[in-house]
Each structure stands twice: as C-alpha cells, then as structure tokens.
Design a protein around this ligand. Sequence first.
Ligand SMILES: *Cc1c(COP(=O)(O)O)cnc(C)c1O
Length: 344
Amino acid sequence: MIDLRSDTVTIPTEAMREAMAYAPVGDDVYGEDPTINELQDYAADLLGKEAALFVPTGVMGNQICIALHTQTGDEVIVEGESHIFHYETSAPAIIAGVQLHCVPSPSGEMSEESIRRAIRPSDYYFPRTSLICLENTHNRHGGTLVGLDYIRQTAALARENNCAFHCDGARLWNASAATGIAPKDYAAEFDTLSVCLSKGLGAPVGSLIVGSSQHIHAARKWRKILGGGMRQAGILAAAGLHALKFHREALSGDHSHARDFAERLSNSPYIRINLESVQTNIVVFGFPSTIDTMEFIATCKQKGLLISQGRTGWMRAVFHFQVSEADAQAAAEIIVRTVEERML
Ligand SMILES: *Cc1c(COP(=O)(O)O)cnc(C)c1O
C-alpha cells in the first residue's frame, strides 16, 4: 500500500528504534532526563534561540505559545487556512481564552495591508490584538513557502504594534530543505516557534517549542498545566534527536518526488493542479465536480493507494522518506487512470 495521506504515517527505522532503546533517561519533571535535555539544547542551537521545550504534539506547542503571549479576551491574528484555526479544536478559546482573527491569503502570506486592517485600534470596546502567527510551510495551501523577506516585514509590523510573533513551524524543516535558508535564519524574527519531529522527520511523536529562556520557563509551567509533565520520555526524545540529526537530509528527496508526481498529474486534462504551489512535500489537486470524492478515494484504496481530502473541494497527497520515487510514479499513474476511467 502506498500511503500519501500524510507525512505523519512514517514508521520508525531500525536505527531510530535502536537510539530509543539505549537512550539514557531520567525524570524530566526534575529536569533530569539527559536525552530530553540534549534534544532541547540541540534544537535551541539549531534554531538560534536561548532555550527549547519538548512537548508531546504540535498542537500543544502552538497552544502553549498562544497562552504565553496573550491574556484572556485578546485577539490573535492567524492566516485564514491556518492549522491553528482549522485543526486545533478551538483550543485557543479554551486554553488561552482568546479569539482568532482569520486573515485570508492566496498562499499563506497575508498582505501587510490586510494585517494592518485586522489589528484592532485601542478603543476600549475592541479586543486587544496581542499576537500574530505565521505558518511555514503552509499546510492547507499545499506546503507553500513563506518567504524570509516577508517574515522580516511582518515581524516589523508586529513589533510596531506591540504584538508577539509566533511561527507554527511544523514543517519549517521542509522550508529550509527547499530554500537552503538555515532554520535559525527563519527563526530569528519570531519570539517563539513550534516545530514538529513527527511529520516528515519521521519520529513517532513529539514537537519542540523554542524561544527565550523566560518564555521557555513559562512554557514549562503551561505544559504542566495541560498535563504534559513528562518522566523518562528520553526514550521519545531519542527518536526526535535521531530524526533531527539524520532525517533532515532526506526532505529534499521528498520534494522532488512531490514535484515529479505533480507534473505527471498535470499531464492529464482532467486534473486541476497549480504547479507553482508545489514547493515542498505536499501536492494539492482537484478534478471535475462530476467525480465523487469519497468514491474516488475508495477506488484508489482498492488499487493500493491511500490519499486524503485537503481543503474543501481538493485532494491532498503528502510525501515522506518512506515513499520511493517508484511509489510516487505508481501513485500518479493510479490517480490519472482512475480519473480518466470516469471521464472517458
Ligand atoms: C501537524 C501540524 C501541527 C501539529 O499537529 P500535531 O498532530 O498536534 O503534532 C501544527 N501545525 C501544522 C501546520 C501541522 O501540519
């Protein structure tokens, strides 16, 4: 079975399992797990920040950062297709007690003008805008890249308006692999970032928050409040450390497989695809409305291919290091043939 539903479906490699099995561990609530400490130091260094905190999931990472930067009743600016808005079960309303202000954009970069319009004036009856979030790469727009110049301009805008600046960098590693820009250069302008170890990097679980020592100190408290105090979780951190050290290199291979797959789909007159938006490991595509999406997904499954739905009306295929070049080609062939069987 070729599984292109997500880059979260990777299975730990033998080498990763070995690293996990022999990891030195301790009680992390006492700050005594050497492998967790090593992972946090490694990530902080890689992202050029003072400190890092290991958290179970990317959602918890984002939510802790939102809570750090806001007070109850504040407003947070997020992009209209953002993960924080769509896939985090309204957690900002529950945990930080804030409201999201969604700003639409074509590919993940909200225009300066639209952000300015979204920032509230200081009149007492408005919520206070205290945080601006970006997502890089941008999941629902199809793994699109958010540019470094754009990040710098938006950081300046945030500072000018006394807003904190957070990056949902679940796939920041993909952005770096695609552009050659170092993770720490992407990270420099943000107060905090949340990065995933369990997407294309292939760890079974885990994310990290990075930021100033002060922010990470407060983040540790928030993680505890959310029930995320960890004990001998060095077993898990070892997988993340292994992933950060040895799996980042494979990401550009995933990008070329995605590209190859996308180009094959674009050869079919029935498949809608914007090749310009295929920038990393995610491919978003559509087909004529006469094709029933659920039936299409079921047929592909019978033929040995798993794909999922993306944003409304679109399909999504995601590449990772356990999908080979041959798998990518076979997957494209299954999709093109399945579409054409329905159109001819
Ligand atoms: C996967 C993902 C997250 C975090 O998801 P978890 O499943 O909680 O690890 C956050 N943001 C984006 C853009 C993601 O793709």
